[in-house]
Every structure is written in C-alpha cells, then in structure tokens.
Design a protein around this ligand. Structure first.
Ligand code: ADP
Ligand code: ZN
Length: 523
C-alpha cells in the first residue's frame, strides 16, 4: 500500500515525498479507517484525501463550503490527469446531470460537492447507487456552532456515517482549539477516528504586538521601516475603516487597495486579482478577504483591530510567508479594542452559553496580546502544542520589562469604587483617570470629586500608563464596562482579591511610557 501511495504521489502529482503526517494519514484512510486531521493552512491537507481516493476503488467525495475554489481545484486535478468534477449551485442543470451520470457510471476519481447539495435526498440517492471510495469533510470546523464559520448544513453530515457506515471518512481543518475538536468528533460521529495533529508552528513568521497610540502612523512606520515595496494585508474591523485606511496609506505613498463585502463584486474581484498578480501591493481589508487566497509572498499581515479569537488571529496572520521566507505579523492593540470586543459579546444575539464561549475566546486573545512571555509559546499552547521560547517574536527579541502594577491597580479600583459611592453612579475611564491623576477640570469640580480621598493618588503615572493598567483590569475581567450606560466603569466581584492584597498584577510596561517620561523630564 505504501509503495502504491508513493507511486501515485510521483506519477500523478509529481512530488518526491510525503510531508509530515501525510503518509500516515493516507495509509489510515486507504485501509478504510476514519481520520481527523488538524494541519495548518498550506501544510498539504488536500493530498491526504486525494491520494487515498485514487488508491481506493470508487469516487472520493469531498465536501467543501468553498464553492468559489472548486472550479480551480478541479481544473488543477484534471491537468494532472485525474478524473475530477464538482457539483454546486454554479452548474447549470444539464452540466449537473452529466456529472451525476459520470458518478454513477464510476467515471470519476474525485467529486467536490457543496454541503447543502450533498445532504439533499437526490444526492444521497445518487451516492447510494455509486461506488464511494471515501468521504472527505474539508473545513470541518464549520460544524462548530461556536465558531464564526458555522454552517448549519454541516450538522447534517452526520448522515454520512449512518447511511454509508462502511465508507471511510476523513475530516480536515486548519483551525480547531480543543473544544472545537471535540465538537467535530461528536457531531460527525468520529469517535473512532484516528487523530492526526501536525505542528501549527509557522517559524518564519515573526509575531509583534504593539501598544496602540496613533495606529495609522504606527502602521506606516512599520510598513516603511521593514516592508517598503512588499506585499501585505492590513486587517480592519469595519468597512469604513478599511476605506479610510486604504486612502490614507495611498496618500502617504503606500500602494494600497481596499477589500470588503460592501464593495460591488466587480471592484472587489479586480482588487483581489491585482493583489495576486502585481508585486508589492498592500490589501486593506475586513476578514471577508483571505479565505482560500493562496499568495505565497505576502510579507506581512497587520491588524489595526484585534481579532476576537486566537483562531482568527492565527488564521489571518497565517496568510503571511506561505513561501517559508521571513514574514511578519504585526498588531496594534489598545484599551479601545478590549472595550469594543467586550461590547460586541454583550450586545450579541447569542444566548448566555454562547456569550460565555465568546468571552473565553476573547480572554485567550487578550492573554496573547498582554503576555510578557514568548508569543509563539502562547499561540501554540492554545492549540494544545508545547514549545519553548522561539527567539523570533517581539517578546523574545526585546524582552519587555515586567512591571508590578499591583499598587496602581489597587488605586484604580479604589478610585472607581469611591467615585461610585460618592455619586451614586459610575463614570467612564477618562474621568476616573483624571480624578486619579488629580486633574482639576470642570467635570471634577461639578461633582466635587477633588474632595475624594482618591483624588490625585495616581499623580505619579501618566495617562497612557493608567490606560494600560485599566486595559489589563478590563481584560482580566476585574473591571466591567457598562455599555448600556455611557461606558461607565464598575468593579467586578473578582476584583476583591486584588483590593484585599491577596493577589498581584504583573503586566508589561508600555513601551511608549519610557519615551513619554523622557519627554516630561526634558520639559
Ligand atoms: P492546505 O489544504 O493544507 O492548506 P494544500 O493541500 O493546498 O494545503 O497544499 C499546499 C501546497 O503544498 C500546495 O501547493 C501543494 O501542492 C503543496 N504540497 C502538499 N504536499 C506536498 C508534498 N508532499 N510535496 C510537495 N508539495 C506539497
Ligand atoms: Zn518568542
């Protein structure tokens, strides 16, 4: 079997050797076993089902939600002499009927099918009448109701196991934390499947997360400083911000294009085509951009807004450096990101369980942003992979100063509490910080907050540092922001331990504060 697999690899695909876990996976599926495959994008998942499809008798049926890519995949396979076809909504009725005929007649090696199509009675009947080599369920995380790629039709794929019990199934994904992994196993009845998890490390990507002060200017410095003339992707959270940022970069001499779902199809397609074809373009985009984009020489991915989960961050940054050459993942992150993401969750439609899961995912992302340890160690740990400091992330290269922020944090907590107690209601971050720093402004006067015992107890730290402390407290859930009422701050019950001195707060010293202090001394 192993010899035949390698023979197909050489003869059909023209490759010398299997990579990583490919050979083992191929063997498992070829002998009729089920497999759950977790591999990062670009690692070579396709061969894991393509080779066994050719080894086994019958047609390999591939379920994929990426309809736009099916045509390309099928074209590429046909080029190699593989008898491949697809069934999805882009086919006319006559074409579809021809593909169906070929399937039943045993004239296909591989058939790509959209999930909503596969689960129709018509399609299942066809499969009954055909010889099936295997089922490959690509992008298997789409079965997870907690993820943002959830596809309800994926839940119905459990039918494959019930109806075609003897046909091996292989589920593949590039994004799955432990919980999603279990969900895939449960919902697709893959309890007996062998699990294959390859390393998610992308050693050529350097991770960098900076404190957000003037995001656009910081972005420009990053691009001009390290990536002038190179291709890159800049992710923003909103369409408006995408447009603004692309214009702004272009006005500052960076060739930038915009991409988001609000643009008309033609200009979106045109921008995508230019980005893939031309050298050195920067694509400013929402996360609508990127699924299935295979441009090997993207030298950087920048985030002006924080993704809502580590999976999202990993997937988006993973679009850098597919060619294996050095690439950078850069993100500017600040208090507003934390506040905004918490608000998204609170105001989302989901039920309590859903909010809890989203909140947990956000916490992991915040942990990655705030950590003073190796970013890669954190990132890989999230996917269940142990590793040592990488030497190729900002924290490894320029170890951040750890700072015992316990005292400042207690001052901030007491100040929030005192203000609420004195006024009967809460205030937003700006006011709380003004009171802490002892600033005498009209609002402070109006509420008599200059008479509070906490007025001016934080004069030793600058605005930026206080914002960093507050961000950390919100990130850790010790302070909550009331989005219904003017973003006012309140203490969470969890803050008690810190107030009582039962725990400490370690955080990274904001890099900008050194400069700010130097500036102050000069004045
Ligand atoms: P994934 O689906 O995991 O993102 P693909 O299956 O698209 O990855 O493969 C990524 C690239 O790696 C493709 O260009 C593929 O041809 C190449 N590749 C995969 N396996 C091998 C191999 N064993 N030897 C050489 N190239 C490979
Ligand atoms: Zn590192």
């Amino acid at each position: 079997m192993a010899d035949r697999a390698r023979e197909i690899l050489h003869r059909v695909f023209g490759y010398d050797d299997f990579r990583g876990l490919q050979a083992e996976i191929v063997a498992q599926v070829a002998k009729g076993g089920d497999a759950l495959v977790l591999m990062p994008t670009g690692a070579g998942k396709s061969l894991c089902y393509q080779v066994p499809s050719l080894l086994r008798e019958g047609t390999g049926v591939v379920v994929s939600p990426l309809i736009a890519l099916m045509q390309d995949q099928v074209d590429a396979l046909r080029e190699l002499g593989v008898r491949a076809a697809f069934l999805n909504s882009t086919l006319g009725a006559r074409e579809a009927r021809e593909v169906e005929r070929q399937l039943v007649a045993g004239e296909l090696d591989l058939l790509y099918v959209a999930p909503e199509r596969l689960v129709t009675d018509r399609c299942l009947d066809l499969l009954d009448r055909s010889r099936i080599a295997l089922f490959a369920i690509d992008e298997a995380h789409c079965v997870s109701q907690w993820g943002h790629d959830f596809r309800p039709e994926y839940l119905q794929l459990a039918v494959l196991h019930e109806r075609f019990a003897h046909v091996p199934r292989i589920a593949l994904t590039a994004t799955a934390d432990a919980m999603t992994r279990d969900e895939i196993v449960d919902r697709l009845s893959l309890h007996d499947a062998r699990r294959f998890v390859s390393s998610f490390d992308r050693p050529n990507i350097r991770y960098r997360i900076v404190e957000k002060t003037e995001p656009r200017r910081q972005l420009l410095e990053f691009i001009e400083g390290a990536h002038a003339g190179e291709a890159g992707i800049v992710y923003c959270a909103s369409r408006a911000k995408v447009d603004e940022t692309a214009d702004w970069l272009a006005a500052h001499g960076v060739p930038a294009l915009a991409y988001h779902a609000g643009m008309d199809t033609a200009s979106r397609a045109a921008h995508q085509a230019r980005f893939l074809r031309e050298d050195g373009l920067v694509m400013v985009a929402t996360i609508a951009f990127g699924m299935g984009i295979d441009k090997p020489d993207v030298r950087f991915v920048a985030h002006l807004d924080m993704p809502r989960s580590v999976e999202g961050y990993y997937q988006e940054t993973g679009r850098a450096g597919r060619d294996g050459l050095p690439a950078e993942a850069w993100m500017a992150y600040g208090l507003a990101d934390v506040v905004q993401q918490r608000r998204f969750i609170e105001q989302s439609e989901g039920n309590e369980a859903h909010k809890r899961v989203s909140s947990g995912k956000l916490d992991a992302m915040l942990g990655l942003a705030e950590t003073i340890e190796c970013r890669r160690v954190r990132l890989l740990a999230y996917f269940g992979e142990a590793s040592g400091p990488c030497g190729n992330c900002d924290n490894c290269l320029e170890p951040p100063e750890a700072w015992d922020a316990t005292e400042p944090a207690r001052k901030l907590l007491s100040c929030i509490w005192r203000i609420r107690e004195a006024s009967g209601f809460g205030f937003g971050s700006q006011h709380v910080i003004a009171v802490l720093r002892g600033q005498d402004n009209p609002k402070v006067q109006q509420f008599g907050h200059d008479r509070l015992s906490t007025f001016g107890i934080g004069a030793g730290l600058g605005e930026q540092e206080w914002r960093a402390v507050l961000r950390q407290l919100i990130a850790q859930g010790l302070v909550v922001v009331d989005h219904e009422r003017h973003q006012v701050l309140a203490l969470a019950p969890e803050s008690r331990a810190l107030l009582r001195g039962e725990r400490t707060l370690q955080m990274r010293r904001p890099r900008t504060s050194a400069r700010a202090r130097a500036g102050k001394r000069a004045r």
